[in-house]
Design a protein around this ligand. Sequence first.
Ligand code: ATP
Length: 810
Amino acid sequence: ESSPKKSPLPKNSTGKSVGIITSGGDSSGMNAAVRAIVRVALTKGITPYAIYEGYQGMVDGGDKIKALSWEDVGDWLAIGGTEIGTARCQEFRTVEGRLTAVRNLVKSGIDALIICGGDGSLTGADFLRAEWTEFVDRLVKQKRLTEEEAAPYRSQLTIVGLVGSIDNDMAQTDLTIGAMTALQRICEALDSIKSTAMSHQRAFVVEVMGRHCGWLGLMAAIACGADWLFLPELPPPIGDEFIASGDWETEMCDILSKERKLGNRKTIVIVCEGAIDRNLKPIKPEYVKDVLTKRLNFDTRVTCLGHVQRGGVPCAYDRYLATVQGAEAVNAVIETTPTTPSPMIGISNNKVIRVPLKNAVAQTKEVAKAIARKDFKRAMELRDPEFNSSYNAYIESTILADGPGTRKVEESKRLRVGIMHVGAPAGGMNAATRTFVRLCLNRGHTPLGIHNGFSGLIADQVQPIQWQDVNGWVSMGGSELGINRDQPSPTPNPLNAKPQFGNYIDTGLIAFHMQKNNIQALMIIGGFEAYTSLITLTKARELYPGLCIPMILLPATVSNNVPGTDFSLGCDTALNCIVDACDTIKQSASSNRKRVFVVEVQGGNCGYLSVMGALASGASSCYIPEEGITLDTLQKDINHLVKRYAYEESANIPSYGRLILRNETAGNKTYTTDVISTILKEEGKGLFDSRSAVLGHLQQGGIPSPLDRIRATRLTVNCVDWLQEMAFKSIDEHKKSSNLSDIRTPTVFTKGAETATVIGICGADIKITPILDLLAETNLNKRKGTNEWWLGLKDLTKTLAKYEYETEEE
Ligand code: ATP
């Protein structure tokens, strides 16, 4: 048996080594995870080993187990698939195979493993952990290991799981590494298919991946406004009137022909790979096509997206997720003791979590079992609650009126609900508006579109929106309602002051028009101007009854500077634009080998885009207004760059282009993007050169990212539910106090602070917070919140750029 190559110890070595495996199906972001693991491990004195070709490499040993250096993972962040290979390995399922694997790990000095793969891969790893001590003994008895070789490895093997899977099928985590990129590929394809379908009035049946999990299918259906959907967890028919007969074909045809009659020119049906009917019989795209052709006479085509979905270049979110989870996996390796159950790194909304791997895998396996015994209710329950509410949102925004899943409210509670966009356009605004309109209609309310913000309101640009008006809005960028930065004046005379952007409008006039249109609840979508507008409206409720209605703000701005949420709509689209641009710039910088690009990004006084953009594009550093720029900061960065380029030259390592992201206001008017670039050029002294690039309005994005579209849908459902609940509460209270039993128009009158709110993703939760409570965490002058949860990620970016780690040679 050959022995694997050992690596020289890092300067700060703790003597620990970690093996890294990618296993099962490849997914985009696996490389980003390996890069983060390698670099964080090296920084913490742990030697990282790549185990090539999944478990096969562990069984084969030899040169399949190799130490990875800092430079080995240089440009991996932007590469799809897995550079260390993956395989399905039958041998590892046998005792002999795993015994050989244990020998190879001990011979390499590996006592911890980080596995990035699906439930099968994580199960395999946990088996290995359980058998480890016994197997080491056995290997000594078999004389395949000496006592001395075995001695340091007799205590337990540490296992940490990362979930890499495009299906997003793992329980106890919201998202798996690669799922968001796969969704992006699907949405790109569906957006393209939609335009040809519209042109020819065709129907397309599109098959997407997902054997036991319909996440990709469901999210693609939501993000692209598909007209019908077949999931593995919830077979059709879904309507009560069809369930007894099982006649899903008629149900589908009824729904699709009704949509066409409403004016929809295209029909898109998504079929998940594992879609089944209620008798577990697979539903195949060709059969769906036959039904549509024969029964509805639709000109129908089938498109199977296949392996296109596996990825290619990872999207910004997958780079972020893989990087923070990879870093957390190394922490978990350090902190796990022989008695801790093997952890799996997950994410819950915006919080990286550790959960016992065994429980997550067991719960995941339950879904397939529930489907097999036709317990579809249980299968849906086993998916996270978000899956269920997303499904309901999909149904409610896809089928008009009395179809399944709709929730018409009693006539005396039907409301006139306003919606407006305020500020600058951001990806997801239209998707949110479409969901809002359709949910309102299905519940019997009247959705009123207020065009062109507050100035549109006072110019009588208020109109009911119909179902078909919002067709196609889900994937549109910009603001279909019209948007500007005008806002209600906080002082009685709007001419006395001028806001930083837009104009002030008399608040009384706004209240008058709200009342005139009998708007009984209001949803505002927008950025910081929308936020300050809502503060003004809330404070003015004492004076104006027209404002005494439930009001909610859904934050939407590329800058992500609105208090009350970790993410605003549009910031993911912007981040993807930044990452795409940086990839291109980096390539040009790399061709030249020794060029540092200073890239200017938006964000106003908020450094979010700069920090996240730097993390997701693998920049060396970033400049943010929260910290400012000083000569000292510049000097440190110059020292770093000089050191890196000098080292690469002396060690004969190929250099690559580097990036520094600068937020547009960081460094004020002194250290502008051009000034910094000029200084770098001068100080590079021939070792490196520098150029600058300003991304500007490109960052507002053309087509919103799928994540922004699904966040929009998800948050809007919560907004509509909340507006309705608050309005009903007020109606009930009014009825009680006025003692009238026959009120025809529901009266909504509420001015409690709790009925003017901001919705947001806050850590692990979705929260609706009274806006006045958020004042304590608002910097009104700087137009931003004080909860800068992303600030710490700047350190991670620097760690990954080798700010702290030094090798022997250096
Ligand atoms: P995907 O979600 O892409 O299918 P996965 O990790 O679930 O990923 P599997 O094919 O189930 O993919 O597992 C990958 C490898 O993990 C297998 O080829 C095998 O080597 C190992 N493995 C899976 N299950 C076990 C098990 N029960 N015991 C030992 N090894 C296993």
